[in-house]
Structures are given as structure tokens and as C-alpha cells.
Design a protein around this ligand. Structure first.
Ligand code: CA
Length: 379
């Protein structure tokens, strides 16, 4: 069996209303998909993290010539070869999102060849459905703190009404608004008061704080029974993460900005986080994520993959989540995103507090060809 074609497929949709986290305003959603086609016609789908630009050119001009003619069933060997070749070509910088998109597509293709969902190839199911938490509560484009608080509280009530028992909100207002950590903590408090004590709450600073601010916030979050405090600090500041883990009263989470087993090993060695959140589309695909899962499990730490992608990323993440030891949760992005809702022939939806693991071959879902065509950014 040989890989016959390697395509980068750019998708984009503008959003009706922009929203922000500590990092940036988000006014469109875009993804670079990877489509591999084997010589027998079997197709594998993958997805790269980040903007189209960069991912698309590297896949078309650099990765495609190296992949054509190779046996797509040699998933891990191709993953490791790509990392090795990209590193030598780009002076030790490995475009992790490119490796990730190709790797997910290889796993999808392999699953379709064997007629099995990826979860069955990774060692089998520990669960058929995964508890989901609703990610959202971004900052709306409004001009008063009261309006922001009202927006996130109303959103939180809606998620609880839809059956969710776990929610994650955004903090780090000072990056875009004239408000500080008091208002950040007030957002979490307002949600806690609105949804009661039985809902699991997490909060995410999108690496918007310095060490002192982060420690102040962590101390306030303890009283609000926050399950974890995500990306309090820039991802490079592993010493700061380790300080918060040692001195802070709240479990620290991070990982969407780290890639490959080696970076996560450094996090583990330093004791820098209690919850590890590799994103399949940026951490090195399914191959690297499963290596991180093994390393974390050996240290008795929970992996909770980060997910903020199209339906391909969601489906692939659910395949991995079916196999992760412990008590993982599925990060279910609830912001408006037609590329998440409309791309699969069957939408990925929560059934109360859980999301079922798709049971078709590969990533478990089919991509609707008409929708794909409609969302393409190159047509
Ligand atoms: Ca995050």
C-alpha cells in the first residue's frame, strides 16, 4: 500500500461576533486540514493547529514529496522520520502542527484500512463515552465589566441547562480591558454563585499572568473550589509553573503550547503541572499524545487533551480519550463554529454530561464533501 496524494485543505469561516481570551480577539475560525489518499482509494483526514499560512505551504511543498510512495500503515515510523527531517531542515525548529496534521491523517487512514476506530488500535476502550466540560465564557466585545459578567453568567446557566456538569471560563481581562485580577476572580465567583457547588469549575488564563499575579489568583480560586487553573503563565516559564504547583493551593494545568514527548518530559521532571493538556493537532498528533499519556500515567498524572478545532480534531480527540487511564474529560468548545458543527455528516453532540466516542473506522466520523467544498478558503 502506498500514499498517492497528500493535500493541504484550507478552511475558513468569519464569525458574526468577535470574542476574546487573554491572548487575542477571535473573529474567524480557520484550519488547515490534511487529506491523504492511498493507492487503493482509502482516505485519511488530519488537522493542523494554527493558521492556514505556514501549515499549508510546508505540507504542499515539503511534506508531500517525502510522503508520496510510502506505506501509510507505517504510522509511527513516518511520524519519527518527519520530526527528524523537519528538525534538520529548519535548524532544530520542528513545525509541530504539520507533524500533527499528517500523523492524525495516517492514523485515520490506518483505521479505515482495518475497519476499526483508532481507539481500538490504541489498546481498546476504557470507556465508550467521555464526561465533557463546556469551554466558553470568552470575553464579549462590550464596554463594561457588568456586561462581561452578565454574558458569562448567562452562558454558564445555558451549559448547565444543556446537561453539562463541568465548565471552564476565561480570565486575564487586563490584556484587553481596563480591569485586573479582582475582576478576573469576580468572573469565576459570579459563575460559581450562578451554577452552585455541584458543578465542576475550571478557569483558563491563556498564559496571561506574571508569577506574582498568578499566585494571588490561585489563592483566591481555592475558596471557589476551582478544579484546575489552566495556563496561568507563559509556557516557557516552567519554573513558575513548578512554583505555583508547590505554593499554590489549586492544581495547575497546561499543555496546549507544548509539543512532543520531550517537552512534556521536561514538564513532568520539574513537577510543573498536575493536569497535562496536549492538543492532538499541535503536540505531534496521536502518536506523540499517546507517548505523553504513557509518561504521565507512569507518574500518576492525568492527561486531559486540549481541543479547540474542527470536527476532525474533536473526533480524533474522542478516540484518544476512550483509551486514557484515570478520569479524563473531553474539552467541548461551545463557541459558535460552523466548521465544528457542519463538517461531519453526523454532528458531535453531548448527551447530557457526556459525549459518545464515534464508533466508525479511523477518527469515527465521515466528512461531508459538500460542506468541505463550501468552507474551502482557496475557492
Ligand atoms: Ca486553554
Amino acid at each position: 500500500m502506498e500514499i498517492e496524494s497528500v493535500e493541504a485543505i484550507p478552511l475558513r469561516r468569519d464569525l458574526d461576533e468577535r470574542f476574546a481570551n487573554a491572548q487575542k480577539w477571535i473573529d474567524s475560525r480557520e484550519y488547515c486540514l490534511v487529506r491523504l489518499t492511498a493507492d487503493d482509494g482509502t482516505v485519511g483526514w488530519g488537522e493542523c493547529w494554527g493558521p492556514i499560512a505556514g501549515n499549508r505551504e510546508l505540507i504542499e511543498e515539503y511534506v508531500a514529496p517525502r510522503l508520496r510512495g510510502r506505506d501509510p500503515r507505517d504510522v509511527e515510523r513516518i511520524h519519527d522520520d518527519l520530526v527528524f527531517e523537519l528538525r534538520s531542515s529548519f535548524h532544530s525548529y520542528v513545525p509541530a502542527s504539520v507533524v500533527s496534521g499528517v500523523d492524525i491523517a495516517l492514523w485515520d487512514l490506518r483505521g479505515r484500512v482495518l475497519g476499526e476506530p483508532i481507539s481500538r488500535l490504541l489498546g481498546g476502550h476504557r470507556r465508550d463515552e467521555v464526561r465533557a466540560y463546556a469551554t466558553g465564557h470568552f470575553f464579549p466585545d462590550v464596554d463594561s465589566f457588568d456586561a462581561i459578567r452578565e454574558s458569562v453568567v448567562e452562558e454558564a446557566r445555558g451549559h448547565v441547562d444543556a446537561g453539562f456538569t463541568a465548565l471552564k471560563n476565561k480570565i486575564g481581562l487586563s490584556r484587553h480591558f481596563p480591569y485586573g485580577v479582582e475582576e478576573d476572580v469576580e468572573l469565576v465567583r459570579a459563575i460559581r454563585e450562578a451554577v452552585g457547588d455541584d458543578v465542576r469549575l475550571m478557569t483558563d488564563a491563556n498564559h496571561g499572568y506574571g508569577r506574582a499575579e498568578a499566585l494571588r489568583v490561585a489563592r483566591e480560586l481555592e475558596a471557589l473550589d476551582v478544579h484546575f487553573f489552566e495556563e496561568p503563565l507563559p509556557p516557557e516559564d516552567l519554573e513558575g509553573y513548578a512554583m505555583l504547583e508547590r505554593r499554590g493551593p489549586v492544581a495547575i494545568a497546561g499543555g496546549e503550547s507544548w509539543a512532543f514527548r520531550e517537552e512534556f518530559d521536561e514538564v513532568l521532571d520539574r513537577g510543573a503541572a498536575s493536569y497535562l493538556q496536549p492538543d492532538l493537532t499541535s503536540a505531534g498528533g496521536i502518536t506523540s499524545t499517546k507517548r505523553v499519556v504513557s509518561a504521565a500515567d507512569a507518574r500518576n498524572l492525568q492527561v486531559l487533551p486540549h481541543v479547540f478545532g474542527s470536527a476532525i480534531a474533536l473526533a480524533a480527540s474522542l478516540q484518544v480519550l476512550a483509551t486514557i487511564p484515570g478520569d479524563p474529560m473531553f474539552e467541548f468548545d461551545r463557541t459558535p463554529n460552523p466548521l465544528r458543527e457542519e463538517l461531519p455528516s453526523e454532528p458531535i453532540e453531548n448527551d447530557g454530561m457526556v459525549v459518545p466516542v464515534p464508533d466508525g473506522p479511523g477518527i469515527g466520523i465521515e466528512i461531508d464533501p459538500d460542506t468541505l467544498d463550501r468552507f474551502r478558503a482557496d475557492r
